[in-house]
Design a protein. Structure first.
Lengths: 432, 515, 371
């Protein structure tokens, strides 16, 4: 037992990961493999991977923003309505004024920012709970969507559809694969290696214990195997299809927001506010500004998600965005965030969202009806969070343990000590 | 006392958590009708022992046996132990703030039939119970409207409602002022006369010496000794020796102050209460701090010391009315906490867990959290610098944790306090305001904290210490201000300070002459 | 040290490359798949997968259609994959379901669209993958990808509804002017406007002549729309109309309702207000409405027997399988915005209390209700 945990810790990093995240990644892999078998290999086929990414990228984009909102101790129920509102506004503008599509995207983001500023104002500066503000927003912008669109479906031009239904174009020599996707995969591979190498260098600089080389090799090799496999699958799809543009947008956002939440003062402030708002305030964190920006950011991402969906659907309709907030919130909680705030990671939320997405997709491939799919998804959400609650309960005991335990100040770093691994649950995953 | 029958005997109790032995072969004998103190440093096993006794850790999760009233008891949960008349009152009170005294007394134990509460009976019994514990309040008063001292009494009344035979109090006076503490101790003596047995866990050794009949000292999960207070002539020093296993020659490190010029001055500081605007929490207060000086703020609970300090610290409490702050001869205006930090102020709050720390953080994240700009370039954190800064504090302040990646909840009170001190030292302050810096900390750690405070002063910083423990102020501070109802009522130099004089000025509005 | 890392990684990558290379779906560049459109003439194996994507189970008709498709396709020897969209995230669900059908290699995909304008990406993907797309009951808009459209003649349905409303009111009250209210379907459903326009083609002359008065004055389709075809929305609107327009002893003679679910909601609302029941039209021959007609509450419904529609659709699938071009009877009327979709239209039939017995004589579910 302790050996497995030891290995897990050295592979996933002692501080940047926790048992929960490991569990979720494991679950994701298990679900993928399960469906791969149950669907006779359809799950990991190029066609399905491509449609999986383009179907769920907008939900995952919402999950990024939602994670930050939830970490800060709030919730946003309005994302679906905001997405629908921005979608209809953008579709309308393009229809009426025939402006270039990238300008329309820009306008959409600005509209999202304005909506976010509105909601952030009430949450941060007036002090109305985010639940109420965004519940109001949910109605307000749903109504706005129907007012502007007359509950009608408005088509969008071909160019605009790129962001939701577009793929990396075919360029260069015929290699039997989509060349740009191959390049993208190569870039990611290099990034994985460089990251591990820099991580080792940092550990070295910190004079912390550097994991043995074979651990690093495994830690690089596993992602590389996944990336190379995925690259070949995505690049090997039908001509004209390859890695979806919306997936690229998602990837860029994950990298940026992952960095912001992990490695910047601003990101640290979000966790501080969610963990203990008063303590954060007394440490000089500008509470109101953080709350304002978090809410505003969410609406900007909701606007983007809305536009991607509209682009993918080729039209903005009155039912856009219904229920999205729930999918995004579910992804974040399955991904290990705490309802009370202060805990959770971008990568965890993405994994959580992927678990739900693969589940949905796999069941659909098996021809399971949407009624039963919903039931299964509900059970999975409940179990995932219940597991977390159970772990925490165990963790409470281990917190007491550690208080009881006489500390050995000069003890070796904990990764190797069996005493420590028993108390893994109480660990804070903030940094990951 | 020693010939009274034995009420409770815990025999060779051993309790293990994964990888750690919290209790090892602990014995405890409590005689009927006595007040029995349990002392030990934080982490010595006191709370675990009481959790074993009260069934929080049910029978089967520990080894050893509990003999209660002559028979072996195997409690499966708290209800079982309460049913047997053992009631534990925790340090964190288990009261619902929005409910009345009566409702709280009978919470989970409501008189009546079939789930319907008989309010007549409840109110009558509540009044009886309140009389028994000496609480004079309308039973319909909400808990949030009465002070901590009275809340403690409600908690005891609640225990009485359950027909208590053995009352266990975990740090009952930790949050109480001198008066309320005395009242509570007096009450314990009264219970003794009524034949109720008490076990008291306390860090306040003078109280133990004052009220207890016998004492069991734990260290590192083992029973060290059980002493009869009177027969063995036990005093505070004797207890300390048992707890830490060595003599503490002095409770304060030797220190020769090196005091410089006045560099910080507050004039005419007046602040309104944040909610009831007619109340002033600080009234025309003024004081000075010199470089290298440790200045004490003495006052009773509710005197407005914390409010004064927090209102200075970037107006983080109340509504500013008037007043000026001068630093190095220049007036400074601090409208926000970040202004205050930028001008070299630091405030270490009295409530570590509620507002001092983010309990989800690890040590290094906490230590750098008040000045992220020091470890970042254009907002991007440098994790190497963060680690190095935290590691150097861990070493210099001797924080007992294997690495700075440890979560702060895993630390003892003393070590948490060191983390908070490090967090504020990291901001390079010129003036540190320390609000109850040793609350809930065991003796050994207190000594270390005092040492840190003195070192800070020696670096030429000004330090303000707010404390409810007069011996601490007298032992540590170069100068002490007394605060009463939001006003500074006196200023006493170290050489003139004695508890009686301080107490007099802390309880009167008259501004005393400088001694 | 670093060399080991780099070398290990490179070795793994190469091994994988060679392993995954065989899974490409490109078949050596530009070949058959690029041409996109399937050669219908070639046909496909008789046990192929046929996908059927239907909207959420909001009306009996869709549930019945689903059952009929499942059984009918199986009887014909096909593998059937019949899916309903979820009740909350309908459009996204249906998009995902169609994609899944494409992944599974369905040869024909029959789509009853939730939102007829938001499926073009998936329909085109289906087309690319070589599937034939049949729009069932609702025309899919703005895409070249849709091959056939099969439905009842919806303009005709509207005409019949309008006429039934006039006939019913005339039967009850010999002379006008008659006060009516108008309801139309969900605005995201292409058919709503067709029904409404059909009905208005009959009613408009009467309204212009003053013979028929719309009490609330709401005659625009945007005012009369019922979001999502939801009964609660119709009921809510009727409640408001009754309070705003028909307080006191003002009477309401007739209500144009586009389908049965909404008709019953309207009747519930009127009953709740304690008003005498107006003439209410309907459509779809739902069980409860047939009972209501027999009981003399709802005036009329339309019999667009789902059996016939499904039967016709399955016939088209069979034709495609055999490599024949399916029969169509309208190649002009149904323009989806980018192309005229070849359509097969079935004639609808009006049902009132007078002909209810004959109309459902052949329907095993409905016939007993009329006895």
């Amino acid at each position: 037992m302790s050996r497995a945990k030891e290995l897990q810790k050295s592979l996933f990093g002692g501080t940047t990961s926790n048992a929960r995240q490991f569990g979720m990644i494991f679950t994701l892999v298990a679900i993928v493999l399960l469906f791969q078998i149950l669907t006779d290999g359809l799950t990991l086929s190029p066609v399905n991977l491509i449609s999986l990414v383009s179907q769920y990228s907008y939900i995952l984009i919402l999950a990024i923003g939602m994670l930050m909102v939830i970490v800060a101790g709030h919730i946003d129920l309005s994302v679906g309505s905001v997405a629908a509102f921005v979608g209809i506004v953008v579709a309308n503008i393009m229809q009426d004024y025939s402006i270039p599509w990238f300008l329309a995207v820009l306008i959409g983001l600005v509209v999202g920012a304005v909506i976010g500023a509105w909601q952030g104002f009430w949450v941060a500066y007036v002090g109305v709970p985010a639940f109420i503000v965004t519940l109001a927003g949910m109605m307000l912008f749903r109504g706005g969507n129907q007012y502007i669109g007359n509950a009608d479906t408005i088509p969008v031009p071909e160019g605009f559809r790129t962001i939701g239904a577009g793929f990396l174009p075919e360029v260069g020599p015929n290699t039997g694969y989509n060349n740009l996707t191959l390049v993208l995969g190569l870039v990611i591979c290099v990034a994985v290696v460089v990251r591990e190498w820099r991580g080792r260098r940092t550990r070295h600089q910190m004079q912390a214990e550097v994991a043995p080389m074979w651990i690093s090799v495994i830690r690089v090799a596993i992602p590389l195997v996944v990336v190379v496999f995925a690259t070949l699958q995505f690049a090997g799809g039908r001509i004209g299809t390859s890695f979806p543009v919306s997936g690229i947008i998602l990837g860029v956002l994950v990298v940026i927001y992952g960095f912001v939440t992990r490695n910047t003062a601003g990101g640290r402030h979000i966790y501080a506010v969610g963990g203990n708002a008063r303590a954060a305030e007394l440490s000089g964190v500008k509470l109101k500004r953080v709350n304002f920006l978090v809410m505003m950011n969410m609406s900007v991402l909701a606007a983007l998600a809305g536009m991607i969906f509209v682009a993918r659907s080729a039209a903005s309709g009155p039912q856009d965005g219904i229920g999205w907030e729930l999918d995004a919130i579910a992804a974040v909680f399955v991904g290990g965030a705490a309802v009370s705030g202060g805990l959770g990671t971008i990568s965890g939320s993405i994994v959580g969202g992927l678990v739900m997405a693969v589940l949905n997709n796999g069941l659909q491939l098996m021809g399971v009806g949407s009624d039963r799919v919903q039931i299964i998804k509900g059970v999975v959400l409940l179990l995932a969070v219940a597991l977390d609650a159970y772990n925490k309960k165990q963790g409470r005991f281990s917190v007491i343990d550690s208080l009881m335990r006489p500390f050995r100040r000069d003890a070796a770093p904990s990764s190797a000590s069996p005493v420590e691994t028993g108390q893994e649950h109480g660990k804070s995953p903030v940094a990951g | 006392m020693s010939d009274a029958p034995v009420l409770l005997e815990m025999r060779s109790i051993t309790k293990e958590f994964p990888g750690v032995k919290a209790l090892s072969d602990v014995n405890l004998v409590v005689r009927s009708g006595e007040i029995h103190a349990i002392a030990g440093e934080n982490g010595a096993g006191k709370s675990t022992l009481m959790k074993v006794l009260s069934g929080v850790y049910p029978y089967g999760t520990y080894s050893g046996e509990i003999l209660y009233q002559g028979t072996e008891s195997r409690f499966s949960d708290i209800r079982a132990s309460e049913h047997a008349g053992i009631v534990i009152i925790h340090q964190e009170l288990a009261l619902v703030p929005g409910m009345s005294i009566t409702e709280n007394i009978f919470l989970g134990n409501e008189p009546g039939r079939g789930g319907v509460i008989d309010w007549k009976v409840a109110n009558r019994r509540a009044i009886e119970l309140m009389a028994q514990v000496g609480l004079e309040e309308d039973p319909d008063t909400l808990i949030k409207d009465i002070g901590v001292g009275k809340q403690q009494l409600v908690e005891i009344a609640k225990a009485f409602a359950k027909d208590v035979k053995l009352l266990i109090l975990d740090e009952p006076t930790a949050a109480l002022n001198e008066d309320d503490s005395q009242h509570l101790l007096e009450l314990l003596r009264g219970f003794k006369r009524q034949g109720i047995t008490s076990i008291i866990i306390s860090h306040k050794l003078n109280e133990i010496a004052q009220v207890a009949d016998s004492i069991t000292i734990l260290r590192d999960g083992r029973t060290i000794e059980t002493l009869d207070i009177k027969a063995d002539g036990v005093d505070e020093d004797r207890i300390v020796r048992g707890m830490v296993g060595r003599e503490l020659h002095s409770r304060f490190p030797d220190h020769t102050p090196n005091i410089g010029e006045v560099f910080f001055e507050v004039r005419d500081w007046t602040v309104r209460h944040p909610i009831s605007s007619e109340r002033l929490v600080a009234k025309h207060s003024g004081f000075t701090v010199r470089r290298g000086e440790i200045v004490g703020f003495a006052g009773l609970m509710g005197a407005g010391r914390t409010e004064l300090a927090m209102s200075l610290f970037g107006r983080s409490y109340g509504n500013y009315v008037s007043g000026q702050i001068f630093k190095d001869g220049k007036e400074i205006v601090l409208k926000s906490v970040s202004d205050a930090i930028d001008h070299g102020l630091a405030y270490v709050s009295e409530d570590r867990k509620a507002i001092g720390l983010n309990l989800l953080d690890d040590i290094k994240t906490s230590m750098v959290s008040a000045k992220l700009s020091k470890i970042s370039n254009h907002g991007v954190l440098d994790q190497v610098r963060e680690y190095e800064a935290a590691e150097s504090y861990r070493k210099s302040l001797r924080v007992k944790a294997p690495t700075v990646d440890e979560g702060v909840t895993k630390l003892s009170g003393g070590n948490q306090q060191k983390v908070v001190l490090a967090k504020w030292m990291f901001t390079d302050p010129d003036l540190l305001i320390l609000d109850e810096p040793t609350r809930g900390i065991d003796v050994g750690a207190k000594y270390e904290i005092y040492g840190i405070i003195q070192r800070l002063a020696d670096q030429g910083k000004g330090v303000i210490v707010i404390s409810s423990e007069l011996p601490e102020l007298i032992g540590l501070c170069d100068r002490i201000y007394t605060v009463f109802e939001g006003t500074i009522t006196g200023e006493i130099l170290h050489k003139d300070a004695d508890p009686e004089l301080l107490m007099k000025q802390m309880t009167s509005a008259k501004k005393a002459q400088r001694a | 040290m670093r060399n080991i890392l780099v070398r290990g990684v490179a070795a793994g990558a190469i091994a994988l490359l060679s392993l995954a290379a065989c899974s490409s779906e490109r078949e050596g560049g530009d070949s058959t798949a690029t041409s996109g459109s399937t050669e219908a003439a070639k046909g496909f194996p008789a046990n192929s997968l046929i996908g059927v994507a239907l909207p959420a189970k909001t009306s009996e008709n869709w549930v019945l259609a689903g059952d009929l498709f499942t059984n009918g396709l199986k009887e014909a020897g096909f593998q059937a994959d019949v899916q309903y969209a979820g009740s909350s995230t309908t459009v996204a669900d249906q998009q995902a379901q169609i994609s899944a059908m494409v992944t599974k290699g369905a040869k024909v995909i029959v789509i009853g669209a939730t939102d007829a304008a938001q499926l073009s990406t998936q329909v085109e993907a289906a087309k690319q993958a070589g599937a034939t797309v049949i729009a069932y009951d609702r025309l899919i808009k703005n895409t070249q990808g849709v091959d056939y459209y099969v439905a009842y003649d919806n303009f005709k349905v509207g005409e019949l509804q309008g006429q039934a409303l006039l006939d019913g009111m005339a039967k009850k009250k010999p002379s006008g002017p008659y006060t009516v209210e108008l309801f139309s379907g969900s605005s995201d459903d292409n058919n709503s406007a067709v029904f409404f326009d059909g009905a208005m083609s009959v009613l408009k002359p009467k309204i212009d002549s003053g013979d028929v008065v719309v009490g609330s004055g709401q005659t625009d389709i945007k005012q009369t729309a019922t979001d999502g075809w939801k009964a609660e929305n119709a009921q809510r609107r009727m409640d408001s109309l009754l309070t705003s327009t028909y307080n006191g002893d003002k009477t309401l003679d007739g209500v144009l309702s586009p389908n049965d679910t909404l008709a019953r909601a309207i009747i519930t609302s009127v009953k709740g207000a304690g008003k005498p029941l107006p003439i209410v039209t309907g459509q779809d021959s739902e069980v409860e409405s047939v009972k209501s007609i027999v009981a003399g509450e709802q005036y009329s419904t339309i019999n667009k027997d789902t059996r016939n529609l499904v039967k016709q659709t399955i016939q088209m699938v069979k034709d495609l399988q055999a490599g024949k071009t399916p029969e169509v009877n309208d190649t002009k009327s149904y323009n989806n915005g980018v192309k005229v979709v070849p359509s097969f239209l079935l004639p609808p039939m009006i049902v009132t209390k007078d002909n209810v017995v004959e109309a459902y004589a052949n329907d095993p579910n409905l016939a007993p209700l009329t006895k």
